[in-house]
Write a protein that binds this ligand. Structure first.
Ligand code: B3K
Ligand code: ZN
Length: 893
């Protein structure tokens, strides 16, 4: 088999030749196999091409095939290459198929598969074809009915989308249940479950009075870990009514948690299936971050009910239509229910850590790609996070009220349809009156634009001028497009620059652009449309410090020559939380890059590259935690130095050892210089109140643990005792894991004892064991790579469980750059071994690990040789999945 997967193009889209009006499924689960019978009421699509009837089917054993009651013979159809072609189908007909599948052997976790407590499904993007023959594409919408049969004792819970309509018992201790979904939907939203689970139930009454049963199903014995998820669900339902006027449309909303799951969660209509990681939480097992993530993922999947399910995608190129929009919605929810500033800072950090490198690497693609080989590779930070930034820019450009009108119009026009990104933008344009033609370039151009901003102050005319230039990086995406004969017409973006100007006392200046009769406020949203554009402000007495791109108003790299003094000023006075944080990050980045050079020249240890101004600014910041309301959480964010990966993106040739050394030296210096304030904050922030994950308490914990992290860098017995004491007295997982992560980095005798005691206490809580694996995988100690290999043989590790692979191996490859990029190639070798072992079992997960090679060409020739050897070794593997083949192929090209 060839390892060059074939490419699918957006330009080749054609409407389906046949439509499905209704689907009746009957799934009988037996020991080791299942029979799936389907009855499809189909008809020719009046708007479709005059093409043959073709259904998708993967790993299906065809048992019987009937058209309008007549069994089809060998000459009537062809099943080859995962396609079932039926010759000469009539205009309208009933198609009946019976297939045999083997869910117990389904290690890909796509389609119907076995997990510990029973059988679960995952159909997005193309898993339904692994359950039955079907036109498995999102623009075929049908009404589904599903009957499940299984052993009553082993699998007492039988669920599918929609409403339960009938159930009963059968011979041999078996039972059955039928569910009916009143809404037409694409097959990717189908779900069913047959399992032994506990359930917690609640209800929500919608604004129009519909009583919705809310139920969370979990592994037996875990009901004490469900309260937060169910509360999050009810909060989301209320928020979507309040903010977007969108109500729940079903009587049942079910969330099922499963420990074996490729991603976070799935928005199947009325029956969400979740990774346990985003459902289960108890103060002693879950961290504050876990609690927040649960809020966000529950909200995200719930919000998909309208943005994704009621209005879905015409084809998979439009994925960002539902994902970018739904991420934007869950981000808005996060900003409303948690601290807005902290939430936004965390999103900006994620975007920079995950999406910017993607946009600069071999997998670069616009939020709506023109082509793909494997759709599962395109559930990316670009489609999701940059997609959300694009929606956010529309929101910023047209304002909240017009955005809401645009959403209303979008639903009025497209409810029940499968549509494109153009349809969404058209609704926003029509509702707001703002011409978004140029804005649509965000959907077709790859790469992170650079905004080069230069300022000029003229005291004589009292004018302050900002000159803005847009610079585009070339990405491999354009080369691929050109090679495919799809050359890109690139041009400047339309984007909002939210800004303010600060005077020498930190006050905001009133802003008046040339030509305006008076100033309108002190914060403005400028619309940038040109490749080069000038903005002139009047009545400015002295040169201000500009606070640009407030709230990170556009997903760009800002190039402005800030001085250290400017940045210290913004850190202290900017009223925008994101830009206060950003100023600190810029300053730290400048310092760390100087440190990298110093380490490369052998003078790093002297720490002469760390300016005293910075230490003073950080000291002031720590002090500010106690004066402002909501301060601690923001200060905790500001204490986090830019990550090694983010620093790497700033370098021409990455030197992971020097980056690691510089960052560690800066942490140690800050710990030494701020020893007293860090200790004071640590003791002052201790909270005796009963645990709650809510903002104020979590913020204090975040700052306290950040202080502890710095103190752990002091090479002192008393500091180590503090960390060990923190671990031993911790009353919640946030504190335990903060201490354990700190200890995992220390070569001290207590390290083993603490790791061991943590494991013995939590060995039966899979999600806690994941944390235990992760702190070891991300340790900076020498020998970590061998430790990770050894942990792969530990009783707790299972390569078939995605959470385990993500916690141990993805964490190592993506979050331990010093070891992953070791010059001897040992990190790359480990990654390649894992990818090769995993690919035949679960290509989606293998491919995610393969993505950690993305930036290999940014390293020195020695490392490049090592990485290339491993990538080529992977590519040479026979029968490589299209998932891994696409990623490795693009990396090597
Ligand atoms: N829509 C799913 C993702 C499915 C990924 C398939 N490989 C979860 C989400 O974004 O809500
Ligand atoms: Zn989603």
């Amino acid at each position: 088999m060839s390892n060059t997967p074939s490419t699918i193009y957006l330009k080749d889209y054609t409407p389906p030749a046949y439509l499905v009006d209704s689907v009746a499924l009957d799934i009988a689960i037996h020991v080791g196999f299942a029979f799936v019978s389907s009855r499809l009421t189909m008809r020719r699509n009046p708007a479709g091409a005059d093409a043959a009837l073709v259904l998708n089917g993967e790993d299906l054993q065809l048992e019987s095939l009937k058209l309008d009651g007549r069994t089809l013979g060998a000459n009537d159809f062809l099943y080859a290459d995962d396609l079932l072609t039926i010759h000469q189908a009539p205009e309208a007909f009933l198609l009946e198929t019976v297939v045999r599948i083997e869910p117990d052997q389904n290690t890909q976790l796509s389609g119907l598969y076995r997990s510990k407590d029973g059988y679960f499904t995952q159909c997005e993007a193309q898993g339904f074809r692994r359950i039955t023959f079907y036109p498995d594409r999102p623009d075929v919408l049908a009404k589904f009915e599903c009957t499940l049969h299984a052993d009553k004792t082993a699998f007492p819970i039988l669920l599918a989308n929609g409403n339960p309509v009938a159930s009963g018992s059968e011979d041999d201790n078996r039972h059955w249940a039928t569910w009916e979904d009143p809404f037409a939907k694409p097959a990717y939203l189908f779900a069913c479950v047959a399992a032994k689970l506990d359930v917690i139930e609640d209800h929500y009454v919608t604004s129009s009075g519909r009583r919705v049963r809310c139920a969370v199903y979990v592994e037996p014995g875990k009901l004490d870990q469900c309260d937060h998820a169910i509360a999050a669900l009810k909060k989301s339902m209320k928020w979507d009514e309040d903010v977007f006027g969108l109500e729940m449309d079903l009587d049942h909303y079910m969330i099922v948690a499963v420990g074996d799951f490729n991603m976070g969660a799935m928005e199947n209509k009325g029956l969400n299936i979740f990774n346990t990681k985003y459902v289960l939480a108890r103060p002693d097992t879950a961290t504050d971050t876990d609690y927040q993530n649960i809020d966000r993922v529950v909200a995200h999947e719930y919000f998909h009910n309208w943005t994704g399910n009621r209005v879905t995608c015409r084809d998979w190129f439009q994925l960002s239509l539902k994902e970018g929009l739904t991420v934007f919605r869950d981000q808005q929810f996060g900003m409303d229910v948690h601290s807005a500033g902290v939430t936004r800072i965390q999103e900006v950090r994620t975007l920079r850590a995950a999406q910017f490198p993607e946009d600069a690497g071999p997998m670069a693609h616009p939020i709506r790609p023109e082509s793909y080989a494997e759709i599962n590779n395109f559930y990316t930070a670009t489609v999701y996070e940059k997609g959300a930034e694009v929606i956010r820019m529309i929101h910023t450009l047209i304002g909240k009220d017009a955005f809401r009108k645009g959403m209303d119009l979008y639903f009025a026009r497209h409810d029940g349809q499968a549509v494109t990104c153009e349809d969404f933008v058209a609704a926003m344009q029509d509702a707001s009156g703002l011409d978004l033609t140029q804005f649509k370039r965000w959907y077709s151009q790859a790469g992170t634009p650079r905004l080069v901003v230069r300022s000029r102050f003229d005291a004589a005319t009292r004018r302050y001028t900002l000159e803005v230039e847009q610079v585009f990086a070339h990405t491999p995406y354009e080369d691929r497009m050109a090679a495919d004969g799809l050359p890109q017409a690139r041009g400047p973006y339309h984007l909002p620059i939210v800004l303010g100007l600060l005077d020498a006392d930190g006050r905001e200046l009133p802003l008046q652009l040339v030509g305006e009769s008076n100033a309108t406020g002190s914060q403005r949203t400028l619309q940038l449309r040109e490749a080069q554009q000038t903005f002139i402000f009047e009545n400015i007495d002295a040169e201000p410090v500009p606070s640009l791109l407030r709230g990170f108003s556009a997903p760009v790299v800002l190039d402005y020559p800030y001085s250290t003094a400017d940045l210290v000023h913004l850190m202290a006075y900017d009223r925008d939380a994101v830009n206060r944080w950003e100023a600190g990050q810029r300053l730290a980045t400048d310092i760390l890059l100087a440190g990298v050079t110093a380490f490369q020249q052998g003078t790093g240890e002297t720490t002469g590259w760390i300016p005293q101004d910075y230490i003073l600014a950080m000291a002031r910041l720590l002090g500010a935690a106690f004066v402002e309301g909501g301060g601690p959480a923001l200060v905790a964010e500001a204490l986090v130095l830019p990550s090694e990966n983010v620093l790497a993106e700033q370098m021409g040739v990455v030197d992971p050892d020097a980056i690691h050394a510089a960052r560690l030296a800066l942490r140690r210096t800050l710990a030494r210089e701020l020893r007293e304030p860090l200790l004071a904050a640590y003791f002052e922030l201790k909270d005796e109140a009963p645990y709650s994950p809510e903002g104020a308490q979590a913020g204090k914990r975040a700052l306290r643990n950040a202080c502890l992290g710095y103190l752990a860098e002091l090479n002192e017995l008393s500091a180590q005792a503090l960390v060990i004491g923190h671990f031993e007295t911790a009353g919640n997982m946030t504190d335990s894991i903060a201490a354990l992560a700190a200890v995992a980095n220390l070569d001290i005798p207590a390290r083993h004892a603490l790791l061991d005691s943590f494991y013995s206490k939590w060995r039966d809580e899979a999600l806690v064991v994941d944390k235990w694996l992760q702190v070891q995988a991300t340790s900076r100690l020498p020998g970590t790579t061998q430790d990770v290999r050894a942990l792969m043989a530990h009783e707790s590790f299972d390569i078939r469980n995605p959470n385990k692979v993500y916690s141990l191996l993805r964490a190592f490859c993506a979050a331990n750059p010093q070891h992953f990029h070791a010059a001897d190639g040992s990190g790359y070798k480990l990654a390649a071994d894992v990818i090769l072992q995993l690919d035949p079992l679960n290509p989606q997960v293998a491919s995610r690990i393969a993505r950690t090679f993305d930036r290999w060409k940014k390293f020195d020739p020695v490392r490049q040789r090592q990485a290339r050897a491993q990538l080529e070794r992977i590519r040479a593997q026979e029968n490589l999945s299209s998932d891994v083949a696409e990623v490795v192929g693009k990396a090597l090209d």
